[in-house]
Each structure stands twice: as structure tokens, then as C-alpha cells.
Design a protein around this ligand. Structure first.
Ligand SMILES: Nc1ncnc2c1ncn2[C@@H]1O[C@H](COP(=O)(O)OP(=O)(O)OP(=O)(O)O)[C@@H](O)[C@H]1O
Length: 611
């Protein structure tokens, strides 16, 4: 039997699921920076800070560009002892420039990092809000590890782009432009030589940088795979241990990590060579300029100060250009990440509220209807899971669903909860088509007790209040008492404040079920969807759970996937499903008398003397 609350995992290991997007397509798109534009709305929220950061950036660049000409003045005039007064004030000005540079740089750093962190925080929130609103058919094909990696690794990549890289790129752009202009002003002749050399330096640098980027992409992809695998393993750790699969898992994770290490190593080696190359080429060009300049100074066509000034500007210009080529790679990585995130943000949930959604009157008298409902899951080769189901569940009635595994019982619940819409036919609530309702509002009318209870790493009280977060402690206790859970909760060291482990690892199966029932009681919804567990509860827990369920089912329209004789005996009607069709319908006695599938199932499943 399946747990309707965790349908994404039902199709076996998530490794078989398709990746969200085609990887080759992804690589093609990564080549340009356009996807970063998608993030502009996030930036626009902080306009003032962005403007301040740009101002600080210009101030820092301006101060840096002032320094070489200050040094030239000092060399050409300062060492002349006639001007000793001048030189003193000159150094004071220089200190003021350095002070301005340091303040502007600190401001730039703070603002840019702040913006980066803020944008990523907003982006993570927006992505999470979006993801939790996506419908079941999205999760049928998604890997949770991959989604997590988008929420963490991709956003981190964007943070570094918005933080460090974007500011370095802008600073380098401004600096290379400013320094080039100053070079030309200082010495047009030497500038010509340097400008002619720029393509010789840049072309191989950019080509090489592309190789670095490709390798770094590979390192990232392999790491994402390793992380997706680890998250899959951790969420199934018990089964892993039960099948003593640890060594295999460690080997697989180990080799994924090693693969990502060697990809990172290749990237680092390429980067190291790039750095050596850049330093060599830039160094040589500086030496050549120095060489030519020195000859000009000796020939008396240039002053020593001019040459120093020019050299400093050319070092600044060349350094900025080299830096630019490096951050370009990082920016395009961030563009790749932004692209991946945008794809996720662009996925529209297919189950949405219609415009002018009708609302359901809150009342306990709810009638459910299936009118010629057929449904097939979207998965490739999926056979129809339900075919031509017509059924009415009257207000307050309890209908038990019985049938062999795969008959479509959980699918009926999925459609009622509007995880999916039927392929044809309609489901109704008090006569209104469910598609006319907001799925969120619809679900407030239903309480689901799944076969496997989702327990969160929180206190027992918080776990019960999951269905009604505003519930008071008294309400929680009343619900727990009605669910026969109060006694075992009170026996715990910290009672309702006891922390339970992730997925309720510290609780027994029966205890978790009773918490789920308490949750449903607290929700107090008029429709009850109950997926009974077959897990072997001892007789006492079974009775406790049964009492709790009886209490819960009172006066509610109830659909129950039945595994207990007690449940089918109490049901007003039993519907027998097979291969997605209704095969038989009636009370326990009527169906037994018929001697059909139900009689067979009852004999096998309930393992009880059949009255
Ligand atoms: N998310 C899904 N994607 C594709 N096919 C699915 C999905 N969920 C269920 N199915 C298929 O739909 C059919 C009906 O499944 P369903 O879970 O409703 O049966 P069930 O009667 O609840 O079975 P069980 O008692 O074993 O849980 C099965 O053939 C199943 O393989």
C-alpha cells in the first residue's frame, strides 16, 4: 500500500527520475550572461544600496588612478630640496587620497557583499516558496537532491557573482578604462605600443579562460551528483543498513567525490597555468615598456616621473584586464546557475485555483462524488490507474475501499486531494467540480491520515499542531487524548515538549499513527481520508488506534483504504476495486455472500473467521 502523503517516492529509487533539464542544452545556455538579467528584479529592491556601491566603486577607482600621477609629481619635483615645504603638504594629500581609497574600498566591499547575501537570501526564499507550491506531477519526475542543490549550490554561485565577481568586474572595467585614458594622456607614444600589445595578451588569455570555465563546470556538476546521491542515501538510511549496503554506498559516494576532486584538480591546474601565463605575458610587456621608456628618459624625451606614472597606469590597466578575463568565467558560471534556478521558478504548477474560485461552505454535511472518472499518471507507459469510476459518498457516510495492490485506491485519494486532476470525468464536493475550487481551500476540508505518518524534527506538540499551527496546548492535549496518544506522550521525559528525531525515528509505528490521528482530530475537517496501515500493531495498540479512529470517523464523510476487519465491518459500504475499476459494492455480508473477489480478498487479507 502506499502513502499518499509521500507520493513522490513511490516509484522506486529517485535515481531513475529524469533530470529536470537537458544537460547539453544547459551547457549551451551557460555560454552567455543573459540569464543574469533574470535576477535584476531582486536587485531593484535595493536600488539605494546598489547606487551607493557603484558610487563607492567609482570613488575607489578614482583614488587609485590619482596615485600614479601623485607619484610622478613626487619623483619629478618632490626630491628637489627647494620644495621641501611643498613635499610635506604633498604627502599629507597623498595620505588623504589613501584614506579615501581605503574608506571607499571598505564601503564597496560591505555594500557589494551585503547585496550579494541579500539577493541570495531572497532568491532562496522565492525558490522555496515556489517549490513547495508545485504539484505532485512535478515531484513524480524530480530528484529532491537536485532541487536541494539548486537551492544551495546554485544560489551560492550567484552570491559570489553578485558579491565579489560583479564588483571586481565593474572595478576592473572602470580601472582598465581609466588607466588606459591616463596612459594616453601621460604618453601617447608609449600608449600606442602598449595598446598594440593588448590583443596579443588578451586573445590567448580569454581562450585559456574558457577552458578553465569548462573544467570548473565539470567539477560543479560532479559535485552536485555526489550531493544528490548522499541526500538520497541519508533519507533511506535505515533500509541501507538493513540491507548492509553501507560499503557499497560508501564506495559509490567515495568515487563520486573522487571524480569531483579530479575535476577540481584539473580545473585548478588549468587555472594555475593561466595565472603563470598571465603573469609572464603582463610582466614581459611591462619590462618592454620600461625598456623603451628608459631609453627615452636617457635620451631626455621623457622625465623619470612620467615613465613611473606611465608604468603604474599600464600595470593597473593590464592587471584589470587580466582580472576581468578571470571573473568573466565566474560570471558565466553564475549565469548557468541563474538559468537553472529560473527554470525551476518558471515551472508553473498545473493544479491551480481558477479565477473566481468558488468557496465551499464550512459544514459537516459534505457529499463527495466521482462521475465517470478516468485517470492515468503522466509517467511514460503509464496504464490508466482509474477507469470510469462513478461513486457517491453521502454526508457522514463511511466507505471502505478494498482491492489488491495497484488497484487504484491511493489514486482515488490523490484525485480527491487534487494532487492531480482526472483525465476525464469529474470529482465533486457538494455538487461543485473540484476544479472550480482553490486546491488549498479544498484541502482545508479534508483530514488525511496517511499510512506512513510524516513526522518532523520538532516537539510532539508541534508535530500534532502541524494540522493547525495556531492550536493552543489545551486543544493539542484534547486531540491527543481522543487519539489515545496522551498516555504514551505523558510517559515521555518531557511530555509534549519531547523532541522527536527527524522522520519520527524515536517513535514506534503505532505511536506515529496515533499522532497522525491526533493531527486529524485537531484539524476537525468534515472529510476524512484514511489510509489504514497493515503494520503489525500489537493487540493493545491496535485497539487504541481503532478507538481513536472510531472517534474520528463520527459524523464525518469518510473514505478509508481498509485493511482491518473491524473497519470493513463498520463501514456503511465497501467498494471493491480491481485494475482501476469498481468491481463490487455492498456491505461485508452482501459481498461475502456474493463469493467474488471480495470474499477471496477477505479470506486472505483479514485472516479472520468470516461471519
Ligand atoms: N506517481 C505515480 N506515477 C505513475 N504511476 C503511478 C503513480 N502512483 C501510482 N501509480 C500507478 O497507478 C496504479 C494504481 O496505484 P495506486 O497506488 O492507486 O494503487 P493502490 O490500490 O493504492 O495500491 P497499494 O495498495 O499497493 O498502495 C498502479 O499501477 C501504480 O503503479
Amino acid at each position: 500500500m502506499s502513502d499518499v502523503s509521500t507520493s513522490p517516492d513511490r516509484n522506486g529509487p529517485a535515481t531513475t527520475a529524469e533530470p529536470l533539464v537537458n544537460e547539453a542544452e544547459n551547457r549551451r545556455k551557460r555560454a552567455n550572461l543573459a540569464p543574469l538579467a533574470r535576477l535584476l528584479p531582486f536587485l531593484k529592491r535595493y536600488k539605494l544600496k546598489v547606487l551607493a556601491a557603484i558610487a563607492a566603486l567609482f570613488a575607489a577607482a578614482g583614488a587609485t588612478l590619482v596615485l600614479p600621477s601623485a607619484i610622478r609629481q613626487m619623483i619629478d619635483q618632490g626630491f628637489d630640496s627647494d620644495n621641501s615645504q611643498l613635499i610635506q603638504s604633498y604627502f599629507l594629500v597623498l595620505i588623504a587620497v589613501v584614506a579615501a581609497l581605503s574608506v571607499a574600498s571598505a564601503l564597496r566591499y560591505f555594500l557589494v557583499m551585503w547585496i550579494g547575501e541579500r539577493v541570495v537570501a531572497d532568491l532562496r526564499r522565492a525558490a522555496f516558496d515556489h517549490i513547495v507550491g508545485l504539484d505532485a506531477s512535478f515531484y513524480d519526475g524530480a530528484r529532491s537532491g537536485e532541487i536541494l542543490s539548486r537551492l544551495t549550490a546554485d544560489t551560492t554561485q550567484i552570491k559570489s557573482a553578485f558579491g565579489a565577481s560583479a564588483s571586481i568586474a565593474m572595478r576592473n572595467l572602470i580601472m582598465s578604462f581609466g588607466a588606459t585614458v591616463m596612459m594616453v594622456i601621460t604618453s601617447p607614444h608609449l600608449s600606442l605600443i602598449v595598446l598594440a600589445a593588448i590583443p596579443v595578451i588578451l586573445v590567448p588569455l580569454l581562450t585559456f579562460a574558457r577552458g578553465v570555465r569548462k573544467r570548473s563546470r565539470m567539477a560543479q556538476d560532479t559535485l552536485a551528483n555526489a550531493i544528490a546521491y548522499a541526500s538520497e542515501i541519508l533519507s533511506n538510511i535505515r533500509s541501507l543498513q538493513a540491507f548492509t549496503h553501507e560499503r557499497h554506498a560508501s564506495e559509490r559516494f567515495g568515487s563520486a567525490v573522487e571524480e569531483s576532486f579530479s575535476a577540481a584538480r584539473r580545473m585548478t591546474a588549468a587555472r594555475a597555468i593561466l595565472t603563470a601565463f598571465a603573469i609572464f605575458v603582463i610582466g614581459c610587456s611591462v619590462v618592454i615598456v620600461l625598456w623603451i621608456g628608459a631609453n627615452r628618459v636617457m635620451a631626455g624625451t621623457m622625465t623619470g616621473g612620467e615613465l613611473s606614472q606611465f608604468l603604474l597606469y599600464s600595470v593597473l590597466a593590464a592587471g584589470s584586464l587580466a582580472g576581468l578575463s578571470e571573473v568573466w568565467g565566474e560570471l558565466s558560471l553564475a549565469a548557468g546557475a541563474a538559468e537553472r534556478l529560473s527554470e525551476l521558478l518558471d515551472i508553473e504548477p498545473s493544479i491551480t485555483a481558477p479565477q473566481n474560485a468558488q468557496s465551499v461552505l464550512h459544514s459537516n454535511a459534505v457529499e463527495l462524488g466521482f462521475e465517470n472518472v478516468s485517470f492515468a499518471y503522466e509517467a511514460a507507459n503509464a496504464l490508466p490507474a482509474l477507469t470510469d469510476i462513478s461513486l457517491k459518498v453521502r454526508p457522514g457516510e463511511t466507505v471502505a475501499l478494498v482491492g489488491p495492490s495497484g488497484a487504484g485506491k491511493s489514486t482515488l485519494f490523490h484525485l480527491l486531494l487534487r494532487y492531480y486532476d482526472p483525465t476525464s470525468g469529474a470529482l465533486t464536493l457538494n455538487g461543485t467540480d473540484l476544479r472550480q475550487l482553490d486546491p488549498r481551500e479544498l484541502r482545508t476540508h479534508m483530514a488525511l491520515v496517511p499510512q506512513e505518518t510524516a513526522i518532523f524534527a520538532a516537539t510532539i506538540a508541534d508535530n500534532i499542531a502541524f494540522s493547525k499551527p495556531e492550536a493552543s496546548r489545551e486543544e493539542i492535549i484534547v486531540a491527543a487524548k481522543a487519539a489515545s496518544a496522551h498516555d504514551f506522550i505523558s510517559a515521555m521525559t518531557e511530555g509534549y515538549d519531547t523532541l522527536v528525531g527527524e522522520r519520527g525515528i524515536t517513535l514506534s509505528g503505532g505511536q506515529k499513527q496515533r499522532l497522525a490521528i491526533a493531527r486529524a482530530i485537531l484539524k476537525d475537517a468534515p472529510i476524512l481520508l484514511l489510509d489504514e496501515a497493515t503494520s503489525a500493531l500489537d493487540a493493545e495498540s491496535e485497539r487504541a488506534v481503532q478507538d481513536a479512529l472510531d472517534e474520528l470517523m463520527q459524523d464525518r464523510t469518510t473514505l478509508v483504504i481498509a485493511h482491518r476487519l473491524a473497519t470493513v465491518l463498520k463501514a456503511d459500504r465497501i467498494i471493491v476495486l480491481e485494475s482501476g475499476r469498481i468491481l463490487e459494492e455492498g456491505t461485508h455480508q452482501q459481498l461475502l455472500a456474493k463469493g467474488g473477489l471480495y470474499a477471496n480478498l477477505a479470506r486472505l487479507q483479514f485472516d479472520q473467521p468470516l461471519a
